[in-house]
Structures are given as C-alpha cells and as structure tokens.
Design a protein around this ligand. Structure first.
Ligand code: SAH
Length: 311
C-alpha cells in the first residue's frame, strides 16, 4: 500500500483530522426540527395504518372462509372465475371489413358502424381460433369517428390491419389471390357451405338500415370476386327470407362456425332467438327489414369495449 492511500476503515479517522470536519454541525433551526418531527410522526402513522389494514384484510378473509365452510355464502359473494380465452391456433382464414361505403352513410350510421367494428374486434379477440382481421378503404367520416373514440384506440387493436387502400390491394402482387376471395352478401345467389383457412372473406362495412340493396353484390361483381350468402335460409323456416345482418353479426357467425363447424348452432348463437321464432310455421315472405335493435347495435361505445377487453 502506498503512503497516500487510505484504507476505508481509516477514512473517518482521517477526515476528523481535518480541522473543518471537527467543527460542530451548525445548530438546526427550530422549523427544521419541527419538520423532522412531523415527518417521523407521519412515517409512524403510515406504518401503523398499514398494519391495521393488513389485519382487517386477514380478518375479512377469515370470516369469509368460515362462512364458506358453513355453506353460508351466496353465489354473488363468491369470486367469479375470470373468463379466459382458451387461445387456440389462428384459423388461418382472413376477414376483410370493406369500409368503402363511407360516403353513402349518414353520420349516425357511421357511428353505429364504428360500434359494430368494436364488437367485431372484440369477438375476434375472444375467439378460440381468431381470423386475421383487415379493415380496408379507411377514410372520411369513419376515420374521423374512429380517431375520436378512446384516443384513437383502434390503432391499438391487436392483430388488425388498417388500410386506406381498397381490398384490391390484396391481389396487387399476385392476381391469383383473387380466386381465394369471397364477398359475403345476403344478395348473392351462391350459398356458403364452409369456410376454408386459405380463403379471405369480405364483409361490407356498411350500416344502412336496409336502405340499399345489392351495394356489396355490385361492388364484388365490379371488382371481379366471388360472392356468397350465409346459409341462413336453410336453418330458418322461411326459406325465401333475405336475412340482412349487421357487420358484427356476420363476423360472429363466422367465428362460431370455425369453433363448431355447425352453421345452425352458429346462427342460434348470434341471431336473436325471436328471429327464429317469428319465422316458425310462416309461409308468407316477411318484410326483412331488421328491427332497430339489430341493425343499430349501439349498446356500448368502442372505448368501453376497449377497457373491458383489456382484462
Ligand atoms: N345494404 C347492404 C348490406 C349491409 S349488411 C348492401 O346493400 O349490401 C352488412 C354486411 O354484412 C354485408 O355487406 C355482408 O357482408 C354481411 N351480411 C349481412 N347479412 C348477410 C348474409 N345473410 N349473408 C352474407 N353476408 C351478410
């Protein structure tokens, strides 16, 4: 060890050798003493409170355990098991929601549509075998509405893609992709029999309270892609019915089919029961105008969906 180095244990000693370190510390002021006392009191109080809270919690737990043992607990008192998605592998298929109808919708319809998009996303998040979910032709009032909801929460929706371009971009680089795309529309002559993991299903992102007919059919034909309607007629008594569903209902049926491979159970799970009942034993073609509750589906906002979803 060289002479200039100081071993740590000598350091204090060394410092006290220096005259200025020998000086008694300046007397603390009255107010700083008071402050220190207050701090100490507060710290003690906090410790005490924490100990009290801990005890209370323990006691509550003990009482609950006693009640449970005695069979005195109501089912509401019992903690609800958390709903957890049993995540399976993705289905493989793609669903595209075509938002290219913005200009022919009213502001209110756009609002309803955006709620339906929220439900669609939520259903996919909770699906056992989710789809790859694309939203195309995002623009105009729809874009503005989504931007205004939950601080543009749609941008944080997992496993979604948002394009300002139309779905035609899907076959930009490979025209053969076109063969694997099916536009779903109630106006098609073709009936969908099954979903295939290597196909893409387009849902028209339009809420129009049945003002329009053939909008999606015409668009699909103009862009040269196949069309198909969901096989609802086969399962509803009224075979001639043209059942027009909302975006999220159409999507949820696809999700259920993937899970059950059974159209009937998928329709029963998604379409309100009265829709089936009202068709029972009825041979006359009914007006297929969906009732308000079905076509609007504005129950919770997209923000609410988002927060509920984060659990
Ligand atoms: N009035 C619009 C339809 C709006 S319904 C039109 O003229 O096309 C919204 C979307 O849900 C449709 O574009 C379609 O993709 C889907 N959809 C609703 N009912 C359907 C059905 N019975 N079969 C297949 N797709 C359906």
């Amino acid at each position: 060890m060289s002479g200039s180095e100081i071993a740590p244990e000598d350091a204090a000693q060394h410092l006290s050798d220096v005259p200025e370190f020998d000086q008694p510390a300046a007397q603390p002021s009255k107010s700083s003493l008071k402050k220190a006392a207050r701090r100490e009191k507060l710290a003690a109080f906090k410790l005490e409170r924490r100990a009290r809270e801990k005890l209370a919690k323990k006691e509550k737990k003990r009482i609950k355990a006693e009640k449970r043992a005695a069979g005195e607990l109501d089912s509401e008192d019992e903690p609800k098991p958390k709903k957890r998605r049993i995540a399976g592998p993705p289905f493989g298929g793609r669903v595209v929601v075509d938002l290219g109808f913005d200009k022919i919708m009213t502001e209110k319809e756009v609002q309803s549509l955006c709620s339906q998009l929220g439900y669609t996303y939520s259903a996919n998040r909770h699906a056992g075998h989710p789809f790859a979910l694309f939203f195309t032709s995002l623009d105009g009032k729809t874009l503005a509405r989504l931007e205004s909801l939950g601080d543009a929460s749609y941008k944080r929706w997992t496993n979604t893609q948002w394009w300002s371009e139309g779905y035609e971009r899907l076959w930009d680089t490979d025209p053969a992709v076109k063969q694997s795309i099916v536009y779903l529309t109630a106006d098609s002559d073709e009936e969908l029999t099954e979903l295939k993991p290597d196909e893409t299903y387009v849902i028209g992102g339009i809420c129009d309270h049945n003002r329009y007919k053939n909008e999606c059919l015409n668009k699909a034909q103009a862009t040269g892609i196949r069309t198909a309607r969901l096989p609802i007629g086969t399962y509803l008594a009224d075979l001639r019915s043209r059942k027009v569903l909302t975006v999220n209902q159409a999507f949820e049926i696809l999700v259920h089919w993937v899970e059950t491979r059974d159209w009937e159970s998928a329709f029963h799970a998604v379409i309100p029961k009265r829709k089936f009942d009202e068709n029972k034993g009825n041979d006359k073609v009914k007006s297929m105008k969906p009732e308000k509750a079905d076509s609007e589906t504005v129950v919770v906002s997209v923000e609410e969906l988002e927060t509920n979803d984060q659990t």
